[in-house]
Ligand binder design. Structure first.
Ligand code: A3P
Length: 293
């Protein structure tokens, strides 16, 4: 059977995008945030699903346990800018009609595209960043397995596209730098790192709880920690994206490895040198990532 056609990348106000994320632009820009909304911002493949599920489990009573067990995560945590070409699903409609609160909403938008109402309402935001090398590897495998992404090509050409920022949602460098800069001025933004989450999930959940003003009991915290373990999310059909037909898990599963340092299995020595040289020119020097832990 032929694979469905893949979307084409184009320049959108200086950022590479595909139409799934721009077709509903007016509704996205006019989206009405509520003061208790929690916005998760990430460059794709930085741990969005992980942090979404952590937040859901922290708010389990408000989120409704029945919904957690019966609806896939992207129905519970709307993907703000997504408009599905096939079904007409839009993230904005889904968010507008969400029966639970607070609403947890995810976005991959670069910070300059975040709808104004989120800032006006002083909403809490959680940005998750992942080191560029592992982020690139994860995005490459995602591009291979989902027909909703442009054709990734082979690893070597993908590597060059990443450095040039020619991927959906644009340059990783601009994305992490832009949100980092915003954090300096906007105190309701919590900037987290995927590597810290892998190193000590409990410690990072405690930090999140202090932003959110939550104080879960020891028992509740154990329940959250258990629910968000890689293997448990991988085996949970409501968090592992297995219900989506546009993803081919035979090529690569959505919950793939969940590790820090997998880039070492992909980068050649020459690529690593080229990458490091280029990285120094692009990254905000006050923003520090770990590529191993
Ligand atoms: P890998 O492809 O490196 O395995 P996103 O949700 O932003 O699309 O990010 C997906 C990446 O986060 C994948 O990385 C996935 O395995 C990883 N991930 C998701 N849940 C995780 C968890 N509980 N622990 C560790 N990594 C997780």
């Amino acid at each position: 059977m032929d694979s469905p056609p893949r979307p084409k990348l184009f320049d959108f106000h200086g950022v590479s995008m595909i139409r799934h994320f721009t077709d509903n632009w007016e509704a996205v820009q006019n989206f009405q945030a509520r003061p208790d909304d929690i916005l998760i911002g990430t460059y794709p493949k930085a741990g969005t699903t992980w942090v979404s599920h952590i937040l859901e489990l922290l708010y389990i009573d408000e989120m409704s346990p029945e919904r957690l067990n019966s609806l896939p995560i992207d129905v519970r945590v709307p993907f703000l800018e997504l408009q599905r070409i096939d079904s007409g699903y839009t993230g904005t409609d889904l968010a507008d009609n969400l029966p639970t609160s607070p609403r947890v909403i995810k976005t991959h938008l670069p910070v300059q595209f975040v709808p104004n109402s989120f800032w006006e309402q002083n909403c809490r935001m959680v940005y998750v960043a992942r080191n560029a090398k592992d982020n690139m590897v994860s995005y490459f495998h995602f591009g291979r397995m989902t027909f909703a992404q442009p054709e990734p090509g082979d690893w070597n050409s993908y590597f060059e596209k990443f450095l040039a920022g020619k991927l959906v949602f644009g340059s990783w460098y601009d994305h992490v730098n832009g949100w980092w800069k915003k954090k300096q001025a906007y105190s309701n933004l919590h900037y987290m790192f995927y590597e810290d989450l892998v190193e000590d999930t409990g410690r990072e959940i405690d930090k999140l709880c202090s932003l959110l003003g939550l104080s879960p009991s020891a028992e509740e915290k154990t329940r959250v920690l258990n629910g968000v373990k890689f293997d448990n999310m991988k085996n949970n059909a409501m968090t592992n994206y297995s219900t989506y037909s546009h993803m081919d898990f035979k090529i690569s599963p959505f919950m793939r490895k969940g590790k820090v340092g997998d880039w070492k299995n992909h980068f050649t020595v020459a690529q690593n040198e080229e990458f490091d040289e280029d990285y120094k020119k692009k990254i905000d020097p006050t923003l520090q990532f770990r590529t191993e832990i």
